[in-house]
Design a protein around this ligand. Structure first.
Ligand code: KG4
Ligand code: ZN
Length: 336
C-alpha cells in the first residue's frame, strides 16, 4: 500500500510518500522563513507560501521516487487542527489531485500523525497500548494510546503549550522565531543553577501542566536589570531544566497511575536534547521503554501524515470527497 502525505497545518510544508513494504520512499520539508521578521506565524503568509510550494514539491517527490500517481492507494492530508487557511491549501490540493488521479483521500488528524511518528522506525517501535507525551508548538498532552484511533487524554496544559513557552521565552531573550532550537543552543552556554524558576502545579495530584507563568517570570527578570549575554544563557539553561523537571515529574505520575511500560515522546519539542535525556533517564529508572521519532520527524513533516493515512486506510477508513477542514479538533473526537 502506498500513500502520499501532505502536511500544511502551520508553517512547514511537508510532502512524503510512505509505502507499507519499503517505508518512506521520498520526502521533502520546506520550513517557511518568511515569518521570522514578524516574530511569529502570520497565517495569511503561511497559506500563500504553502500554495507556492505544495504542487512543485509533489512533482519533485514523484519524480525522485520514480513513481506514477496511478501507483498511489490514497492521498492523506492534514485536515486539522491548525490554521484554517493553511489547512485549506493542503485539503483543496488533495481533493483536486484526487479527482484528477481517481485516487481516494484521507483527512488525517495532525496530532495522530505526531503520535505515530516513532512507528516510522521499523527497528525500534512501540506497540499498542502505550503512554504518549505530546509536546508541540500548539499542544501539550499526556495521552493513553489504547489503539489506533482510541485515545484518553489524562493530562494537558491549562494555558501555554511547551513549544509556545519556549518560543515566547526565546522572544523575550531576543532570539529569532521559532525560538525553541535557538533557546536550546543558548542554554548550552549557561549555568542551569544560577537562577531558580518556579515549578507550577508541582504538588497537584494530577497530570496537568501550566507554563504561562514561566515567561512572566522571565519577563520580570528582564525588567529588573540589564541582562548580559551570560545572564541570558543562564536564564535559557534554567528555563530548559525547569521544563524538563516538570515534564518528568508529571510523566512519572502518569506512568505510576496507569501502570504502562512504554512511553512515546512526540511533537516538535521532542527534538530538544535536554528534554530527551531527562525523559530517557526517568523512563529507565521506572523500567519503561521510551521511543522518540527520528529528529526529522519531531517537527511537522509529510512522512507522519502519509504513515497515519496508511494506517487509517488499512483500518478501512476513507475520507469524504469534500473540502472541509477542522482548525479545532480534539483528539478524543477520533474515538470510535
Ligand atoms: O510539532 P511542531 O513542528 O508544530 C506544531 O505542531 O506545533 O512544533 C513546533 C514547536 C515550536 O514551538 C518550536 O520552537 C519547538 O517545536 N521546537 C523546539 C525544538 N525544536 C522545535 N523546542 C525546543 N527545543 C528544540 N530543539
Ligand atoms: Zn505539529
Amino acid at each position: 500500500m502506498r500513500v502520499l502525505g501532505i502536511e500544511t497545518s502551520c508553517d512547514d510544508t511537508g510532502i512524503a510518500v510512505y509505502d507499507t513494504e519499503h517505508g518512506i520512499i521520498a520526502e521533502e520539508t520546506h520550513s517557511q522563513l518568511t515569518h521570522q521578521k514578524f516574530g511569529g506565524v502570520v497565517p495569511e503568509l503561511a497559506s500563500r507560501d504553502h500554495i507556492k510550494k505544495v504542487i512543485p514539491m509533489i512533482d519533485n517527490i514523484l519524480k525522485r521516487a520514480q513513481i506514477s500517481p496511478t501507483s498511489l492507494d490514497a492521498i492523506a492530508y492534514t485536515k486539522g487542527p491548525g490554521l484554517a487557511g493553511a489547512l485549506m491549501v493542503g485539503t483543496t490540493i488533495a481533493q483536486g489531485l484526487s479527482m484528477a488521479w481517481q485516487c481516494p483521500t484521507i483527512g488525517v488528524h495532525h496530532l495522530e500523525g505526531h503520535l505515530l511518528a516513532p512507528m516510522l522506525d521499523n527497528n525500534n517501535k512501540p506497540t499498542y497500548p502505550f503512554l504518549a507525551l505530546l509536546i508541540s508548538g500548539g499542544h501539550t498532552q499526556i495521552i493513553l494510546v489504547h489503539q489506533l484511533g482510541n485515545y484518553t487524554i489524562i493530562g494537558e496544559s491549562l494555558d501555554d503549550a511547551v513549544g509556545e513557552a519556549f518560543d515566547k521565552t526565546a522572544k523575550l531573550l531576543g532570539l529569532p522565531y521559532p525560538g525553541g532550537p535557538h533557546l536550546e543552543n543558548l542554554a548550552l552556554l549557561g549555568d542551569p543553577n544560577h537562577y531558580q524558576f518556579p515549578r507550577p502545579l508541582w504538588n497537584r495530584a494530577d497530570c496537568d501542566f501550566s507554563f504561562s507563568g514561566l515567561k512572566t517570570h522571565v519577563a520580570q527578570l528582564i525588567a529588573s536589570k540589564t541582562l548580559t549575554q551570560q545572564d541570558k544563557a543562564n536564564i535559557a539553561a534554567q528555563f530548559e531544566i525547569t521544563i524538563a523537571d516538570i515534564l518528568t515529574h508529571k510523566i512519572k505520575r502518569a506512568i505510576m497511575q496507569h501502570n504502562v511500560n512504554q512511553l512515546v515522546v512526540a511533537g516538535g519539542v521532542a527534538a530538544n536534547k535536554t528534554l530527551r535525556d531527562a525523559l530517557t533517564q526517568q523512563a529507565n529508572a521506572l523500567n519503561v521503554s521510551i521511543y522518540f521519532p527520528a529528529m526529522q520527524y519531531c517537527t511537522d513533516n509529510g512522512a507522519m501524515i502519509a504513515y497515519a493515512g496508511a494506517m487509517r486506510l488499512r483500518q478501512g477508513h476513507l475520507g469524504e470527497n469534500k473540502i472541509a477542514v477542522k482548525p479545532r479538533w480534539p483528539l478524543s473526537e477520533l474515538n470510535a
